[in-house]
Design a protein around this ligand. Structure first.
Ligand code: ACM
Length: 573
């Protein structure tokens, strides 16, 4: 899926820096002068691009006062013969703007670049000034390095109200990200209404309190927490995302991570649980019993999921499945049940014409995993390597590179610092295709996915802090294939603070500080300043658990023996 290079324009990252676009376009040729957007500027487009033109009017009209009525000025065109599907070519002269896309998605990606070429106030929701809205004369040719540019949002550990999810979709679109993986259920909360199973939301969507800080400290608040989405809320999110060329991939985490569901319907569980879980980490006893009743539950839930979400892939989790509860209920072969569930769930999805997405632990189920399954490789690079070598399509989401709940600085004031250090530079250095893979196996890596686990993010403000600007760096890694050029490594190396590197990372930071952070400010994103948190972003009341990267790497090597053994791909990493 690597990007192909066009011969008509040269790659010029310094020119790209001059226009300060994030993620960085593949090729930019700057010119002299500007096209000035005015109340008289119009938009023309073929009927197939009516939605993209409407988006442009909605995004720029209120901020600029230019209503972009039908007429000459900006021309949108489809050009699938000349351009890759998600690619675009944007040509700005002093008298006209022409944007061609290989598809409507390509045109939409080009509109994101067009918006970023305007002053940052174009990202506000209404006018704060009347100065010229100039677009610099230039030609930009661009296409993504990877087709799967995902973000997983955990709305189970802390519920994220619908309006905040819609806002997050807008922020994804700004960064040309195209898959929103919604982690809808977990031990600490069930967030999707399912007909026939009312207690999932009347009981399973609420908990009495939450752990405060990391699990070692055993401290809790006594603040009830909860919330869930109705079917119509989710349909609205799906449609809103689709209008922005973003696919929503739902996740129902099975057969473990179901304490909230078992709290609602105790007979579903292998062993009893004590209500909806209030603590983080470790493995909960909330595991489905291998019964007809539990399978019927899964069938009903997945049927509802398939009516709401049109995505080809449906994630059924499969991660972190303890066999202890099955042993304690006296099952003769508890080690076989993870694979048995995977096979059953894959069959249920196939009946709806859908395909299983599972976390890399499902590979331990061997032949139970259907050959068209998509694997989320999260345990370092091992999951991605094992899945690709075993012939599966895979999305790379290695925790050590893209888990945005991990601490982003070493300072004592970093809020709730958990996991190994994962700085802006570290995320920027993410490469979806592990270097250990052959070209043939590497081609099975569809792209990458950043993960936002929200144990320690109880509101959209904390998500903003943890996600930005690291998500900007991630977007560049998956759109631009950042750093594939000559000076790809941040000079200051893994674990460094930002701002002092050379080459691509320095260029990225320059674009952030010269233009992109101002866009985030205009959008009202409460990102982490590059030098560390504002005082009000610290959490002295909630202690974390910082870990060393080397310790996590050693732990991952041990943990992934299950899949490396099962698929027979050990060695060569
Ligand atoms: C995961 O982080 N348990 C997928």
């Amino acid at each position: 899926m690597a990007t192909s290079s066009s011969s008509s324009l040269s790659s010029a990252s310094s020119s790209a820096a001059a226009v300060s676009v994030v993620p960085r376009p593949a090729r930019v040729v700057p010119g002299a002068g500007a096209f000035v957007l005015t109340a008289a500027t119009g938009v023309t487009h073929p009927p197939e691009l009516a939605a993209e033109a409407a988006w442009l009017r909605g995004a720029l009209g209120p901020a600029t006062g230019c209503l972009l009525a039908p007429g000459p000025g900006i021309t949108l065109l489809l050009d699938p013969d000349a351009l890759p599907a998600e690619g675009y070519r944007l040509e700005i002269t002093t008298s006209a703007v022409e944007l061609r896309g290989g598809s409507a998605a390509g045109v939409f990606a080009g509109l994101q670049t067009l918006r970023q070429l305007l002053p940052a106030d174009a990202f506000r929701r209404a006018r704060v000034r009347t100065a010229e809205w100039s677009l610099p004369v230039c030609v930009i040719e661009d296409e993504p390095a990877f087709g799967w540019r995902g973000v997983m949002l955990d709305v189970a550990r802390h519920f994220l109200p619908k309006q905040d999810v819609l806002r997050f979709v807008d922020l994804m679109a700004v960064h040309r990200l195209n898959v929103l993986h919604l982690h809808l259920t977990d031990d600490q909360g069930w967030r999707i209404e399912v007909p026939g199973w009312p207690r999932l939301t009347s009981v399973g969507a609420w908990r009495t309190g939450s752990m405060r800080g990391s699990r070692q400290h055993e401290t809790f608040d006594e603040r009830p927490h909860g919330g869930y989405y109705t079917g119509d809320d989710l349909r609205e999110i799906v449609a809103y995302a689709a209008d922005r060329h973003i696919t929503v991939v739902p996740e129902i985490d099975l057969p473990a991570h179901v304490q909230a569901a078992v709290a609602a319907y105790p007979s579903l569980g292998a062993v009893p649980v004590e209500g909806v879980r209030t603590r983080w980490g470790g493995l909960s006893d909330g595991v489905l019993a291998p019964t007809e009743e539990a399978l019927g539950f899964c069938r009903d839930v997945l049927a509802e999921v398939c009516t709401i979400f049109p995505s080809r892939y449906v994630c059924v989790g499969g991660d972190e499945v303890p066999t202890g509860p099955w042993e304690r209920m006296g099952h003769p072969d508890p080690g076989s049940l993870g694979g048995w569930f995977v096979a059953e769930l894959a069959g249920m999805l196939a009946a709806h014409g859908r395909v299983l997405f599972g976390w890399d632990e499902v590979l331990a189920g061997g032949a139970a995993v259907p050959s068209d399954a998509l694997i989320g490789g999260w345990r370092g690079e091992h999951g991605t390597i094992a899945a690709a070598r075993a012939g599966f399509d895979v999305v790379a989401c290695p925790d050590t590179s893209v888990y945005l709940d991990y601490r982003q600085g070493e300072g004592a004031d970093e809020p709730i610092p958990v996991g190994p250090l994962l700085t802006l530079a570290d995320v920027y250095a993410f490469r979806p295709v592990p270097s250990a893979l052959s070209a043939e196996d590497g081609a099975r890596v569809l792209g990458g996915q950043a993960q936002i686990w929200t144990e320690h993010m109880d509101s959209v403000r904390r998500i903003d802090y943890m996600a930005f600007p690291r998500l900007c760096a991630f977007a560049e890694a998956v759109w631009s294939g950042a750093g594939s050029g000559p000076s790809s490594e941040p000079e200051s190396g893994p674990g460094s603070e930002s701002g002092s590197g050379s080459g691509d990372f320095a260029d990225f930071v320059a674009r952030l500080t010269s233009g992109h952070l101002a866009r985030l400010d205009a959008l009202g994103v409460e990102y982490r300043p590059l030098h560390g948190p504002h005082p009000w972003q610290t959490r002295p009341d909630a202690a974390g658990w910082p870990r060393e990267r080397a310790d996590r790497e050693a732990e991952l090597l041990e943990l992934t023996r299950d899949i490396r053994g099962a698929v027979g791909v050990d060695g060569g990493e």
